[in-house]
Design a protein around this ligand. Sequence first.
Ligand SMILES: Cc1cc2nc3c(=O)[nH]c(=O)nc-3n(C[C@H](O)[C@H](O)[C@H](O)COP(=O)(O)O)c2cc1C
Length: 175
Amino acid sequence: MSILVISTSLNPGSRSRIMAKQAIADLQAADIETDYLDLQDISLPICDGGVCYGDKQLPGVKQKIINATGVIMAVPIYTFDVSAAAKNLIEMTGRDCWTDHVVGFICAAGGQGSYMSVMQIACSLMLDFRTFIVPRFVYATKGAFDGDVIADDEVKTRITELSKEVVRVSNALRG
Ligand SMILES: Cc1cc2nc3c(=O)[nH]c(=O)nc-3n(C[C@H](O)[C@H](O)[C@H](O)COP(=O)(O)O)c2cc1C
């Protein structure tokens, strides 16, 4: 059992990354093996459906996802969807990485009105790649933070609950 937490925001002051780090802390506190992928640490090309798949970093990125029993994706909401970088990661890695994997989402947004924005990519993963999406998201806006600290206890609790749920569903799938 190993849970991969992916931070997809390219913003150095990312709030979704702060939440990703809490998810790792929660998982480690529960003695769950974790791995971490931060898109700020690599520079994946934009998917062009061809040459991009020869990128040298890609095999390592794909292997991290394949090795994981479950994945928590921390995403920024941009234009009522996950950010282009988050979507690009899925386009670059593809079906082999995501089929039969359990995925939970942590979202950072500017306002409450974009709550459903993660559904487009969730449906794509579910119906195209047969990914198991955990039906519980974490969604937080700026007001939940005090600088780089999560100030809203409900958001903290929701991250803990999501982490537990990704573990529970991953265990159930492994039989
Ligand atoms: C280009 C762009 C588009 C955005 N679109 C939305 C949006 O549609 N809905 C929303 O609630 N917030 C939107 N935001 C605000 C971000 O979701 C917010 O800044 C969030 O904290 C980004 O995540 P991060 O801090 O992890 O990078 C947008 C921000 C940018 C830069």
